[in-house]
Design a binder for this molecule. Sequence first.
Ligand code: HEM
Length: 182
Amino acid sequence: MHDRFAFAGGEAGKWEILSLRAIRGRGLEPVRSLTVHPVADNLAMPPAVWVLTGAMSNLRYTTRNEVTGLRAKQEPLGRPGARLAALIPIKKSKAWWELAQDERRAIFEEQSHHTAIGLDYLPSIGRQLYHARDLGEPFDFLTWFEFSPEHASAFDDLLSRLRATPEWAFVEREVDIRLRLT
Ligand code: HEM
């Protein structure tokens, strides 16, 4: 996999941690700050209390129409006004991973409308999905979102809609970390 990134929780970093809550399963040790940096073999890792690693990857479930819809609406990360962020690491259950690809897609979109719901919140919410399962990490996914303070309540609304879907019945560990640029 390419484009690996490390999310390092510790005492100092670009992002100040506003809150860190276990939504389901075990949480993570509370820390003051988070640094996000690319992983390179020759790069020394800064000291950290915990480090989660994920890699950008190809899409698994998205249809051509959905890709077109997403590209038309989504904004890149690092926008000047987007001073708030959320890091939400997620692990899905064995039952999820035992399903076939078409069964997972049906739960994800036809039953849960994940993309359709998410599209309602673009372009306000910037997003990036990192895959971690194949790296042998404790979480399957690291999800990252950036938004301005005026869109913080919309982000909470998005989360409550997604957490109420059939897809989330397969989530066995989820930690909700909120951050602010220092
Ligand atoms: C901001 C609006 C959002 C949009 C437009 C969106 C869209 C998507 C899309 C299109 C995928 C499928 C990628 C693929 O084809 O492989 C995806 C996957 C995923 N999203 Fe979202 N999403 C949004 C918000 C969220 C939020 C708030 C969370 C977490 C709380 C989340 C968690 C995930 C996870 C864990 C996956 C991977 C699912 C899997 O492969 O089993 N998403 N999202």
